[in-house]
Design a protein around this ligand. Sequence first.
Ligand code: SF4
Length: 113
Amino acid sequence: MADEYIKSNMPDINKMPIRQALTDSAFTRIMELTSQDIAEHNPKCLSCEYSAMCGGGCRMSAFEKTGDLFGYDPQMCYFFEHGFPEKFREAIRRGEKKRTENMSLLEKLMSWR
Ligand code: SF4
């Protein structure tokens, strides 16, 4: 679905000047979107506690899931609403702890020489 949208809306430089393709086309309208534009289009994002971190998510994911290129991204809603940021932080903390343990072990091994 997203593939079809891209194919039918992206500029074709065989049919328009490249300057126009890069400054005045569906491509540039997508590239110039800001998280504020997305929030203003989606009341759900406007009132969302995660909007500063999320920014409305991925445009292609939003389009694929909602049919609206400027819609909210349900996958990012799921990500935040199910606590994945904290799960990632915890995984990083565990990784750092393990790295510290490995470095200690490596230092011990090196000191035996
Ligand atoms: S988590 Fe969902 S509702 Fe919140 S900003 Fe992201 S896309 Fe919008």
